[in-house]
Design a protein around this ligand. Sequence first.
Ligand SMILES: Cc1ncc(COP(=O)(O)O)c(C=O)c1O
Length: 440
Amino acid sequence: MTTRADFTALVADDILPSRMPDVGLLRAYLAQGCRHGDPLCLSFGETWNQVPAGLLDHLHERPLYAHGYQLSMYGLPALRQVARDYVVDTHRLDGIAEPGRDFEVAATWTGTRGAMFDFGRYLLDELGSDGRTPIVVAAGPSWDYEGVFHSLGYQVRYLHLRPETGFRPLAEELQDVVDRVDSTPEERLAMVVVNAQHNPTAVNWRPEFVAAAVDTAHRHGAGLLVDDAYFGVHDPETEPTSALRVLLSRLGAAPPNARRRWLAVRSLGKQFHCNGWGLGLMTAEPATLDLLVNRYRLHSSLMYGGVYQHAMADWLDDPASAVFLAEQCAEYAAKRRLVDRLFHGKLNYPAGAVHTGTCTSYLLFALPEAYQRIPEGTVRFRDDTFARTGVLFAPAWPWPYAPTGSPMPYMRMYLGPGQDSLTEAVHRMAQAGIDWQMQA
Ligand SMILES: Cc1ncc(COP(=O)(O)O)c(C=O)c1O
């Protein structure tokens, strides 16, 4: 469990303020003496203290030269080699596509967020400017694609995921969003985002939907961003849809420009609790990858993070990493069941009001009825719950809250901490009278 001392080290300083609302709440709670106990932080997708011991062992064995610049913009050769095999194996690409010809793999050490930003810049140059606004289509609620692409001049449009359809994305609705863009002369479809293990809805998208999204991008000559941040995080009985596999299996029939306008990113921070290392994998058509790392990345970064890359190369190659992931998948499934049971048993939640999903490290739960009726209900519920329990949740639209997304009366709960922490969170809520029928 992350203790108040850990949080103090993470947030308490007298320098300029952090703009993250959660940091402000945590600082105030710590300053007031943690009256409900240590903060239980279920809002960020972060545990701070669950990096696997085996990975740390590899981190401690590094050669001195790992501390210098690494000399390849693709990432450390040992990591690239292992990563390429890892991508081929885990996405079952044998017989589908040829490494070196159809795709190549590189590492990123500035997060997959940084790689997405570079892809956004590459795509603008590739598409050329014709005066129309480039539009990114993503499924919402979503992770902060808007924060990455808006600053580059894109606008983001959302395909709305709704509780009535189990938060599944529907191909007809994607088509509607794209049709609206097509019928607006000042706009053009520039990019489609596929996040098949979806944050925050925890829905594993069907391969048929992914295929429809890929084909839509291809028909428009648009770029495709495959965000596989949670590909390794799913219930044991769920086979995660490999959007990369779907994409590669459809490239043969794609128009020539579509064959190079795609990037698949796979953050390694989520599955191995080491977000702070900034490590992830980038898979793209070889010439595109060359541009992404040797031109666009070079604008903002040299070759850092060798110590982490060495450790990750050894860890991915170590059978212990696969064992760790399998155990973690089983543990997340148990936590989904636990939270569902506790909300029902202790907080009077009706059946279906907790949407457990089957992948990622999140679930969604509906706002208590009274909060569904008030403006800014998600933010109010989060603040009130934290004040009364020291348990911090995030709205379904996670910070920094997409400015153009429509409100969704659901909270996102991070399932990373242990079952004891999740149980304590619900007990604190029950004790404070926070339940389905509470008053706002
Ligand atoms: C869906 C999704 N994509 C991408 C990221 C960014 O990950 P990274 O740490 O690799 O930049 C996150 C982080 O929370 C995420 O949830």
